[in-house]
Design a protein around this ligand. Structure first.
Ligand code: NJP
Length: 241
């Protein structure tokens, strides 16, 4: 038996495009009220419009840079004021460059760690007290298969995603007694705008459709109350993993 998400409230980061957009549309179709966040307001508005077409539930946008703790507080407080609760947090915002370490600027290293890891921890830190108060909630952190292995030319990103996996497992052991689940999803290559790519240009046999990963996230979220999919890896069959 799977749990229903109908009437739950979800906050999604990185919702303006790519995987975050696909997760937003999948949850809208499941009857979830949505708070969509990313930096680009116009892109968020387009995703919100597409989500509203799938759902009778409220969909609001909350422009946010996940590296800014004040903006995180503002968005989380606004969500609680409007909806009274946050049932689901999807920490999805992420980015990287791909090049040997000496070619990375200091700013690029700091940005990759701040967006993929520090921002995720700060957002989680702001939301978890509400989930504990509610005695329930689900956090899904989008890491990467690179969070469990290593590849060259992305060392700061590899480090950040390993951090996401460690953070997720540690936090789960803290909060599960309060009915709060923490899951980490580790996808392989996805056909999005990641790393300067152009979504919709890759063969689906070697790059996952974002909708396929969104379906994985939906599966994670719809487990029975006493089951947690704590770590889920998903790959295109042809990827060399
Ligand atoms: O990438 P993309 P994905 N503050 O570039 C947002 C992981 N992953 O969908 O702020 C707030 O299409 C940005 O919005 P905006 C990856 O590490 C991917 O593939 O408006 N938001 C956009 O919505 C990441 O964790 C692959 O520019 C910020 C979104 O992030 C997740 O999948 C493989 C932000 C990025 O959309 C989704 O990435 C893998 C900030 N400072 C893991 N900076 C893959 N695609 O192959 C960026 O293993 N965003």
């Amino acid at each position: 038996m799977t749990a229903s998400l109908n009437n739950q409230v979800a906050l999604i980061t990185g919702a303006s495009r790519g995987l975050g957009r696909a997760i937003a549309l999948r949850l809208a179709a499941a009857g979830v009220s949505l708070i969509l966040s990313a930096r680009h307001r116009a892109a968020l508005e387009q995703v919100a419009e597409a989500a509203r077409a799938l759902s009778g539930e409220p969909v609001v946008i909350a422009p946010l840079d996940v590296t800014d703790a004040d903006q995180i507080d503002h968005v989380v407080e606004g969500a609680i004021a409007q909806f009274g609760r946050i049932d689901i947090l999807i920490n999805n915002a992420g980015l990287s460059w791909y090049k040997p370490l000496p070619e990375w600027s200091r700013d690029e290293i700091l940005t990759v760690v701040n967006v993929n890891l520090t921002g995720l921890m700060l957002m989680t830190h702001a939301v978890v007290p509400h989930m504990i108060r509610q005695q329930g909630g689900q956090i899904v952190n989008i890491a990467s298969d690179i969070g469990r292995r290593v590849v060259p030319n992305m060392a700061p990103y590899v480090a950040a995603k390993h951090g996401v996996v460690g953070f997720s497992g540690s936090l789960l052991r803290e909060v599960k007694a309060h009915g709060v689940k923490v899951s980490v999803v580790l996808p392989g290559i996805i056909d999005t705008y990641f790393g300067g790519g152009e979504a919709g240009t890759r063969d689906e046999t070697w790059a996952l459709r974002p909708e396929a990963v969104a379906e994985t996230v939906h599966t994670v979220l719809t487990q029975p109350p006493y089951v947690v999919l704590d770590e889920v890896t998903v790959h295109p069959l042809k990827q060399d993993f």
